[in-house]
Design a protein around this ligand. Structure first.
Ligand code: GLC
Length: 725
């Protein structure tokens, strides 16, 4: 059993070898091409590949601890370090277990969860977020960061909804591309996950996802395709589930045909941890790096048994060489053998980014009578109620858990913000152990205060927002519904803040509560961000990246009885109609629609012009309009562009998001906004042609503040049809 010290000693040996090679380099101009950064990457790959023994090649395609891949000291190849996760650099675990290594140098910046990042609808925020992860990964010596997670939200109860970027492939793609480019700009590889269709935790290791080809290409693949073709992501993680009968980590269709052949992916496919199940399928099905298999490392499918298969001719050496090439290519792309940025950890700048993303990601769901923002000068007492007002969330949820250097809770953020001017009382009100007395006490406190603030929601315990299991219902747990009703009866100035990572039902109390703010799990600066939003230092600008249904039966996977599947099969019978695509097409009223989010100011949309044009690939249209801040506060609006085809030859959702822009405006300010739509914005995937098709037809282009609050509409006639692969 290796210790972490052993692993790090190995790094020392490698560094020494590199230094020797370096000094040799200085002395010997004929240094090997693989050590020469001036050489093209492919030349370096070819040269190094030719120097590797069979054992060394095998050592490069499977883990030698929970989160490392062996070094090749003889050739100066350092050990590779992988790390979770999407929200920051996870603490060290292992080396041969998921248990914490109990180091004292692995605290890191705990960023708001991915669904909160998606709620910013701001690719610049995603870039800042990715920069934090890249810099902290470098400082923590991590080469491959296992995120972002981009699985489309098909059911609101997926335990990992909080880790992903919502229900729409266009929004998820835009946010993922910015995130990945930023991370990789620091010589750290992102690893986009989980490829593909890993939309539930129920039976996650075995469930066999079945869907039609068009749904796959229009809904579940686009964010991965954008990660590969636009962001140049270097690693892709195979999912735990099966797809059309084959495990995703060994899936010839997904990995070899779609990812590598159709999309041209040149990087490394990494298995999810213990997601590899069959030696031959792993070898031939497109897996390039096996991690986390529940076996001794030598018994991994891509270890001894793979070597023996090569030696007896069961597999050609070319199969192994391709895997090794991919691993080497990523190493060279990360300047693995050269000096790399030092990075930084837990800096004020990183905490500022965490705070800004948290502020921008909070979604003001309801604000009747201007209940918010709170006027700090006119309020003397606030009753803060709820376990989530004081609960730390960082170290939970599964593989996204973080060892945060600090985490400002909602209550602490409020107290800090008021600077002693406001008297806060705290009552648990609800919680895992709270009893009726806790609720009664909370109601009394609410009655006695100027304002009652219920910090409600979920947490990262299993069957809530947590990997490994789905939620059992849409309901708030621990009797929160009743508590909120009682508090609202006791104090009409009641505000509900939801600390959660997925939609919850609110029907029991929403009518009685003037204001509701979706705060998500807002990271290490979450409490500070929350206070600044509640007191109006910051004007909320978040928009929902997912539909909040009134009840579970309204959402597609339930309405069709398709989830969680029977007999190990999960049929995606709703097809394209995921999220708002379902609610809009079926005419179902959601509780809060996709793209919804209020502001403390108001915005007017005007002067729509659809300017037809062409680009290198054919006709395009530029959506031009004016956005005005008609209120008295500065704010930011996310203008969204939805496209509807008049007479498609195949059934299409009523409308689909194809563009958005976040625009900051001062009071009274008007800005011209221009959003180009290329042919992709009009196309659907034709499975028979295995190609994208944009038909010659009329298209309604609607611009609005949410998918249900459309302010401008125009008609665009696509003059010619187009088909492309
Ligand atoms: C987990 C997750 C994956 C994570 C990996 C390593 O089970 O599915 O997202 O990166 O294992 O912790």
């Amino acid at each position: 059993m290796k210790s972490l010290t052993d692993l790090r000693t190995g790094a020392v040996a490698v560094a020494a070898a590199l230094a020797l090679a370096g000094s040799a380099r200085a002395a010997d101009a004929g240094r090997p091409p693989y050590l020469d950064p001036a050489q093209p990457v492919e030349a370096r790959v070819d040269d190094l590949l030719g120097r590797l023994t069979l054992d060394e090649k095998i050592a490069l395609v499977h883990g030698d601890s929970k989160f490392t891949v062996a070094a090749i000291p003889r050739l100066g190849i350092p050990r590779r370090w992988l790390s979770d996760g999407p929200h920051g650099v996870r603490e060290d675990v292992g080396p041969d277990t998921f248990k914490p290594a109990n180091r004292t140098d692995d605290f890191a910046t705990y960023l708001p969860v991915a669904v909160a990042l998606a709620s910013t609808w701001n690719p610049d925020a995603a870039r800042a977020y990715g920069n934090v992860i890249g810099e902290e990964a470098r400082r923590r010596g991590k080469d491959i960061m296992l995120g972002p997670g981009v699985n489309i939200q098909r059911t609101p109860l997926n335990g990992r909804t909080f880790e992903y970027l919502g229900e729409d492939p266009f929004l998820a793609s835009r946010m993922a591309v910015s995130y990945i480019k930023a991370v990789q700009s620091h010589d750290v590889s992102s690893c986009v996950k989980h490829f593909a269709c890993n939309s539930q935790e129920t039976e996650r290791n075995t469930v066999d996802v079945q869907m039609d080809e068009r749904t796959l290409h229009e809904i579940y693949l686009p964010a991965f395709k954008a990660a590969v073709q636009e962001a140049g992501v270097w690693c892709v993680m195979g999912a735990y589930n099966r797809f059309r009968g084959q495990q995703c980590c060994e899936n010839d269709y997904l990995l070899n045909q779609v990812l590598k052949t159709q999309w041209g992916f040149k990087g490394v496919v990494i298995s999810d941890w213990n997601g590899t199940h069959n030696g031959t399928q792993a070898v031939l099905g497109g897996l390039d790096l096996e991690m986390g298999t529940a076996k001794p490392y030598a018994d991994y499918y891509l270890a001894r048994q793979f070597k023996e298969g090569i030696e007896k001719g069961a597999y050609p050496m070319s199969v192994l060489d391709d895997k090794v090439r991919r691993n080497l290519r990523v190493m060279f792309a990360l300047h693995f053998l050269e000096s790399r940025p030092e990075g930084s950890l837990n800096t004020a700048a990183h905490q500022e980014t965490a705070q800004r993303v948290a502020e921008e990601g909070m979604v003001l769901l309801k604000n009747a009578g201007g209940a918010l923002p709170l006027d700090a000068g006119a309020i003397t007492s606030i009753a803060v109620i709820g376990e989530n007002a004081v609960r730390l969330q960082a170290h939970g949820g599964g593989s996204t858990e973080m060892k945060a250097l600090h985490e400002i809770t909602p209550l602490e953020g409020l107290i800090r913000h008021s600077g002693g001017r406001i008297n806060f009382t705290y009552s648990q009100g609800y919680g895992k152990e709270a009893g009726v007395a806790a609720a009664d006490r909370a109601v009394r406190a609410a009655k006695a205060a100027d304002v009652a603030l219920v910090v409600a929601g979920l947490n990262h315990e299993r069957t809530f927002d947590c990997e490994g299991a789905d939620r059992n219902s849409l309901d708030l747990p621990y009797g929160q519904d009743e508590l909120i009703r009682r508090v609202a009866q006791a104090n009409p100035r009641t505000v509900v803040v939801l600390v959660s990572g997925s939609p919850v039902r609110m029907g029991a109390w929403l009518d009685q509560v003037p204001a509701v703010l979706q705060a998500w799990y807002a990271g290490c600066e979450g409490g500070r961000a929350l206070a600044r939003v509640l007191f109006g230092d910051v004007n909320p600008s978040g928009k929902l990246p997912c539909t909040f249904p009134k009840k579970l039966a309204d959402s597609p996977a339930y309405a069709l009885g398709a989830y969680p599947g029977k007999g190990g099969i999960e049929p995606y019978t709703e097809g394209l109609l995921v999220g708002y695509r379902w609610f809009d097409t079926k005419g179902i009223e959601p509780l809060f629609p996709f793209g919804h989010g209020l502001s403390y100011t108001s915005f007017a949309y005007s002067d729509l012009r659809l300017v037809a044009g062409t680009d290198s690939k054919g006709p395009v249209v530029t959506v031009e309009f004016k956005l005005t801040n008609t209120g008295s506060r500065a704010g930011a609006e996310v203008a969204q562009v939805y496209v509807h085809q008049a007479k498609p030859s195949l059934q299409r959702p009523l409308r689909e998001l194809k563009g958005f822009r976040k625009v900051a405006l001062k009071p009274g300010e008007r800005q011209a906004v221009s959003i180009p739509l290329a042919r992709e914005a009009f196309a659907f995937y034709d499975a028979e042609k295995a190609a994208w098709v944009a038909e010659k037809d009329d298209f309604e282009i609607a611009i609005g503040s949410s998918s249900r609050d459309l302010r401008l509409r125009g008609n665009f006639s696509l003059p010619v049809a187009a088909t492309w692969k």
